[in-house]
Design a binder for this molecule. Structure first.
Ligand code: SF4
Ligand code: SF4
Ligand code: FES
Length: 271
């Protein structure tokens, strides 16, 4: 069998570097197979995350020859094996050990996003009615496997380390799935601008290019969300409409209160 060399990053939070391993490879192997073979035969203490080996759990994210990819979905026959294949941890997140990174920041970001809030049921049996085209629109976003490769490649995080005040492409996809959901009535537009920093995204499309689920992150999620932010904050007609709506609500509320007070005093008089 032919052999190939893999330069695998070994190290921890303090220090580390690439170490070469040569191993036999065969037809149909993916990078994860080769790394497992090296782990079994030459480096028992090599740490890596994996679970499904089918591109569905999002655990085996790494940088292969400098590109963010899933190790289990990267076939060796797509790589030049006449020189060492580099396998490194995602650089945007702190290394824990070898190929394992600390991605817990992502989970904290998710906790800060307003949850799904459905409107009241449409029918007395507690069910809703939705148009198929509205469901189809958000279905794409539900394919996300939380591999965080898009977060890894985004320059706002990778180069500028803007971990405070920027949610990143994975969470713009998540917010788009909620905001465009036909039943959701929550409003996340203010947070999108202020807490989640969507303005820092300059639509480079790098995130879309690395997504293993081929989610059209920029065109279908980020750009429509940016349009909502622009409408909310910068469109004078939308602002006027919202002012009118809130005044109308205040008026209705005041009217309701007056009527309620009237009812209260009426019933108090009757007592
Ligand atoms: S398009 Fe926006 S979110 Fe995606 S990588 Fe570029 S800057 Fe980051
Ligand atoms: S949007 Fe794509 S690249 Fe980003 S976490 Fe989800 S599956 Fe991974
Ligand atoms: S092992 Fe699950 S995505 Fe690679």
């Amino acid at each position: 069998m032919p052999s190939a060399t893999f330069s695998i990053w070994r190290g921890d939070r303090e220090s580390g570097g690439l170490k070469d391993y040569s191993t036999e490879v065969s037809e149909g192997m993916v990078v994860l197979d080769a790394v497992h073979k090296i782990q079994a035969e030459q480096a028992n203490d090599l740490s890596l995350r994996w679970n499904c080996k089918a591109g569905k759990c999002g655990s085996c994210s790494a940088e292969i020859n400098g590109l963010p990819k899933l190790m289990c979905m990267t076939r060796l026959n797509t790589l030049p094996l006449d020189r060492p294949v580099t396998v490194e941890p995602m650089r945007s997140f702190p290394p824990i050990k070898d190929l394992v990174t600390d991605v817990s920041w992502n989970f904290r970001v998710k906790q800060g996003i307003k949850k799904f809030k459905p409107r009241p049921p449409d029918a007395p049996d507690g069910t809703w009615r939705m148009a198929q085209q509205d469901i189809d629109r958000v279905q794409e976003f539900r394919k996300c496997i939380e591999c965080f490769l898009c977060q890894d490649v985004c320059h706002v995080l990778r180069e500028h380390h803007h971990f405070d005040g920027f949610a990143g492409p994975r969470y713009f996809v998540h917010i788009a799935a909620l905001e465009m959901h036909p039943l959701d009535v929550e409003d996340r537009v203010e947070e999108l601008k202020k807490a989640h920093g969507i303005g820092y995204c300059n639509i480079t499309t790098c995130c879309r290019k690395v997504c293993p689920e081929s989610i059209t992150i920029t065109e279908n999620a980020i750009i429509p969300l940016k349009e909502r932010v622009a409408d909310h904050f910068y469109d004078p007609l939308s602002r006027l409409f919202r002012m009118f709506q809130s005044k109308k609500k205040e008026g209705t509320h005041a009217g309701t209160e007056t009527a309620a007070q009237g009812r209260d005093s009426g019933s108090a008089g009757a007592r």
